[in-house]
Design a protein around this ligand. Structure first.
Ligand code: GDP
Ligand code: IMO
Ligand code: MG
Length: 489
């Protein structure tokens, strides 16, 4: 790691803060990148999302940890904050902290939670399932962690906040009664329609008891995280700001209504932490070489049908296990891809298996798309990243060529380079593609850009030129050290 860190230092040292965001529809490898850069920071704050996110990191001892709520700097013993922009689920947090404790051999840094983050109750997922039920075929296919409801109740000004757990019990119960009263007509309808049973809905007293039993576990860690972060920033401390999801899932800039409900763009870093916008202008956008999407919603460069991809992954767990069956499957499919005879289904299946593209939170198969320059240019327009981190670049090794989306056409007109149509028409765009040659060599052990095969170098330079932002990190595997650092000139 020494060489990697010394190259990283040159890139990161000038910037006291760094915001890390996703570029497509999530699962780009934000967790790994955060874990990689964390040693250069004194603190890390998650500014958005909630338990629906799943950020994977592989520790030095090759242990896997998935951060749903806890930021990925946790493996480096730097101060961790769950900032105000993050939706908080107490039971899941306690379980995840225990998980982190095991993965990090009992050495955890302080983990602070914002006192004003919206708080999950057992009513939230019931309400979410009601909305998904009403939407029927148009449902969002959420992660089931009630993110939309947490956000919605907060916007309606009837949410419980984390700090409410520590106020006078009678005030807490009064707030719970209001929330219950708002939810009840929908719950009654669900009971009447046989979607849930009466006993599935706890009353306010039961919910109060449930939450208050767990509250002491976090009492000493609940603070005003904005105050703490602001003090660190003013003292010149270095802060890493961890985003969740990605622009495609942002409620304003993504493919509404097929989105999550936290702020996924770089602007969310200031909103979610209380740091001033001027503290959040150094942005690194993470993009995976082949975008993926889970749940519902448009995905212009998608290779195969989403539902079919998901069902297929579910039906073939054996192909996702290391071993001969998997290797033979990959060999056969790759031969067909390179012979130009693979169907879109086979192309998708090859990359799903190769990359173990299954959700870190839900386990659902992730549907694969082609590299999409039109989307990335839009992402760059909204976020203006200083740097790009390209992950999963190893997925293209051995593939002769790949189609790259260079533009969209709608109603016979080619859209401007960073233009995006209304989300409800995004499914109608015709993608314009170009064939880009790849390389045949394995790149997993490559330590520097110069060590990469010529074809891989050319691919990166071509991407960089098309996007106009330096690609400073290139992921070549899931492990912490499987990365190439490219210092900027
Ligand atoms: P996040 O939600 O953006 O943090 O991403 P996830 O953790 O949900 O999914 C990314 C997956 O890709 C994880 O399984 C990572 O271990 C893996 N990963 C990250 N970077 C690379 C890479 O460069 N190459 C490969 N092969 N896997 C990677
Ligand atoms: P990370 O941070 C990928 C998707 C869900 C669904 C939609 C709304 O790991 O990249 P929600 O439960 O948030 O209301 O679901 O968003 N989704 C994600 N997809 N990665 C994530 O997080 C996601 N978080 C939510 O599948 O389509
Ligand atoms: Mg994820």
């Amino acid at each position: 790691m020494t060489r990697i860190y010394s190259r990283l230092e040159k890139i990161l040292l000038p910037f006291k803060t760094l915001v890390i965001i996703g570029s497509y529809w999530g699962d780009e490898g934000k967790g790994k990148i955060i874990d990689l850069v964390a040693p250069f920071y004194d603190a890390v704050a998650r500014f958005s999302g909630g338990a629906g996110a799943g950020h994977t990191l592989i520790t030095e001892l090759l242990r896997k940890f998935i951060g749903h709520l806890i930021p990925c700097g946790v493996a480096h013993k730097i101060m961790c904050f769950l900032a105000r922009g993050e939706f908080f689920d107490l039971a899941r947090f306690i379980a995840e902290k225990a998980d982190a404790f095991r993965a990090m051999d009992g050495k955890l840094p302080p983990i602070r939670i914002d006192r004003q983050s919206p708080l999950w109750t057992p009513w939230h997922p019931i309400y979410e399932s009601y909305i998904e039920y009403v939407m029927g075929k148009k449902k969002v296919r959420t992660t089931g962690k009630a993110i939309g409801i947490l956000s919605g109740f907060a916007k309606l000004r009837i949410s419980l906040l984390v700090g409410h757990l520590f106020m006078d019990e009678k005030d807490l119960r009064a707030l719970l009664r209001i929330l219950y009263k708002v939810c009840k007509p929908n719950f009654d309808q669900m009971i009447e329609e046989g979607i849930i049973r009466k006993r599935d809905v706890p009353g306010p007293d039961k919910v109060a008891k449930y939450l208050l039993k767990m509250a002491p576990e976090i009492k000493d860690d609940v603070i005003d995280t904005s105050w703490a972060l602001s003090n660190l920033w003013k003292r010149g401390k270095r802060i890493l700001l961890e985003g969740a999801q990605a622009i495609g899932l942002d409620p304003q800039w993504g493919t509404y209504p097929y989105v999550t409900s936290g702020n996924c763009t770089a602007a969310g870093a200031a909103l979610g932490t209380g740091l001033p916008p001027e503290a959040t202008t150094n942005i690194m956008a993470v993009f995976k070489i082949l975008p993926t999407r889970v749940g519902a919603g448009p995905f212009p460069s998608e290779v195969w049908d989403r539902d079919k991809a998901e069902r297929w992954a579910e039906k073939h767990p054996e192909l996702f296990e290391e071993g001969r069956t998997r290797n033979r499957f990959l060999e056969k499919k790759l031969a067909k891809i390179n012979a130009g005879t693979a169907t879109p289904a086979e192309l998708c299946q090859y990359f799903m298996v190769l990359g173990d593209e299954r959700g870190a939170t839900t386990g659902r198969g992730r549907s694969i798309g082609l590299p999409d320059l039109q989307w990335l240019r839009y992402m760059i327009r909204i976020n203006k990243p200083k740097f790009l981190a390209l992950t999963r670049f190893d997925m293209l090794s051995g593939v002769r060529s790949i189609q790259v989306v260079t533009g969209y056409k709608l109603d016979g007109r080619r859209l401007k380079p960073d233009e995006m149509p209304e989300p409800w028409r995004l499914g109608e765009v015709e993608v314009i593609t170009q064939t880009w040659r790849c390389w045949s060599e394995d790149i997993s052990g490559c330590d520097s850009f110069d060590e990469l095969p010529e074809g891989a170098q050319r691919f990166i330079k071509r991407l960089e030129k098309a996007l106009g932002v330096p690609i400073v990190l290139v992921g070549t595997g899931a492990e912490r050290d499987a990365v190439i650092v490219r210092p900027t000139a």
